[in-house]
Design a protein around this ligand. Structure first.
Ligand code: F0G
Length: 454
């Protein structure tokens, strides 16, 4: 918290401040490190693809996250992610052609943006000699941690997941990569609380986004976005909101770039909650929670959480990645909203799945949570908050194959399956379904089916 001002050495293992209890920030003494004078200086690294620190889309920007020496960096080639223009999705959202861009973080080694943060937290864990690392997860953080442990053989992964709360694509990764997988009878919010207790009692290194080094790695998603735009800053960044690590990291990135004189303006931020897990929306847009230059009205949050508990309300959305009611980075996030003149919106599971189908039809598949960004951009266009001529970047946080159940249920012609997976969540139609054609195992019937459907 501002006003607390306590500082800790980079070699310490902690996620919160002893004095005020808040999460920690990584702060650099920029005058003591070599910072580029222009972002174009990073282009010199593009030709050095045989150097893992230049090839990594995170460590190529090492000068802007200089907390570890190069010999300690653990990289598995994360961050090779494209920024793609999609006119199909632009038209769906209501933007002019060329103005809607998708940052495809599903192309990371474990299939989600988490690898950006994991390489950074893992590097710090390695620096201080950790032998075990833990996280609670809705599936992607755990897949990422499991992968870094598996490839590097430096640590054992201990992952906490809510029983039945994780999609099969993600669970299968953790199991394949050999993580010690603890399934808790509860949801993500329960698992998060437990992993904090367990890691502090057992001295296990915690890699959830309460870990400030995670956010340092996730800053680079924004660096790659502007790198792809020839170092121009877009008008809007639209991102799904779960534990609010990304949004906090993005704001930190832009704040630092501006402070260092490397950009001249900061884009606006839109954070999109799923309606069934809309704590940020409720607190920011409805109850007026604000950072207030460092004096947040936190009683608003306390009251809301007490209400959730009294009503036994749990997060509930098809976008399981963001099925979170108590986002750990809430205060960093509202600080980021202030810095980026941000807005928060919520979208229904129906809107998420329709947007996801549009993203899939554009050739860049994503999982449900990621599509919240596109659904949110559409909503903000309809409201007139986003102008059709502005340049909008939606972050596609996770790969389509992470959650095949949701995708197949959307496209199915089996009404029972549709109702079982989606109907229970208030999804009533699949406007963009591509239904498989059922046909007998008969050559003429197959030929006829193809003719009828082409
Ligand atoms: N999108 C995907 C695909 C995610 O996996 C997550 C978070 C988010 C968005 C939300 O990002 O927390 O930075 O606001 N997944 C975490 C996990 C919680 O455990 O994998 P955030």
């Amino acid at each position: 918290m501002p006003g607390c001002g306590a500082t800790y050495d980079v070699g310490e293992v902690r996620t919160s401040c002893d004095a005020c209890g808040s999460l920690l920030d990584i702060v650099y003494q920029w005058d003591q490190v070599a910072v580029p004078k222009s972002l174009r200086e990073f282009e010199a690294k593009w030709t050095r693809r045989n150097d893992p620190l230049c090839r990594s889309g995170v460590w190529r920007f090492h000068e802007l996250l200089p907390f570890a020496t190069p010999d300690k960096v653990v990289t598995i080639g994360e961050g090779q992610t494209p920024l793609m223009s999609s006119d199909g999705v632009a038209s769906y959202v209501g933007m002019k052609p060329g103005q809607l861009l998708l940052e495809y973080e599903g192309m990371n080694p474990s299939g989600s943006f988490k690898d950006n943060g994991m390489t950074a937290a893992f590097t710090h864990a390695h620096t201080i000699g950790a032998k075990r690392a833990a996280c609670a997860s809705t599936g992607n953080t755990s897949a990422s941690l499991a992968l870094y442990c598996c490839v590097s053989k430096l640590m054992q992964a201990v992952i906490f997941i809510g029983s039945g709360k994780i999609s099969y694509g993600k669970l299968s990764q953790a199991l394949d990569y050999g993580a010690l997988t603890i399934q808790i009878a509860g949801d993500f919010d329960d698992a998060m609380q437990r992993v904090r207790e367990v890691s502090s009692r057992m001295g296990i290194y915690l890699v959830n986004s309460v870990n400030p080094f995670r956010l340092e790695g996730q800053k680079t998603i924004m660096l790659r976005v502007i790198e792809s735009l020839d170092w121009e800053v877009p008008d809007w960044i639209v991102v799904p909101g779960g534990n609010l690590g990304n949004s906090s990291a993005f704001a930190k990135a832009f704040h630092e770039l501006k402070e260092l004189g490397l950009i001249d303006r900061i884009p606006r931020l839109a954070i999109i909650n799923a309606q069934g897990a809309d704590t940020l929306y409720e607190l920011y847009e409805k109850r007026g929670l604000r950072w207030n230059s460092g004096a947040p009205n936190s009683d608003v949050m306390d009251t809301y959480y007490a209400e959730l508990d009294a009503a036994h309300l749990r997060a509930d959305t098809i976008a399981s990645a963001i099925e979170i009611n108590r986002p750990v980075n809430l205060f960093k996030c509202i600080r980021g909203l202030e810095c980026m003149d941000g807005v928060v919106r919520e979208v229904t599971d129906q809107q998420i799945l329709d947007a996801k189908a549009q993203v899939g039809a554009s050739g860049l598949g994503c999982e449900p949570a990621s599509a919240a960004s596109v659904a949110g951009a559409k909503l903000l266009r309809e409201e007139g908050v986003i102008d059709p001529g502005e340049r909008v970047v939606c972050i596609l946080t996770g790969h389509q194959l992470k959650d095949p159940t949701a995708t197949v249920a959307y496209h199915t012609s089996d009404q029972k399956e549709f109702d079982r997976v989606l109907g229970s969540r208030g999804v009533s139609r699949a406007a963009f379904a591509n239904r498989a054609v059922q046909v007998d195992n008969d050559l003429d019937a197959i030929v006829q089916a193809i003719q009828l459907n082409s």
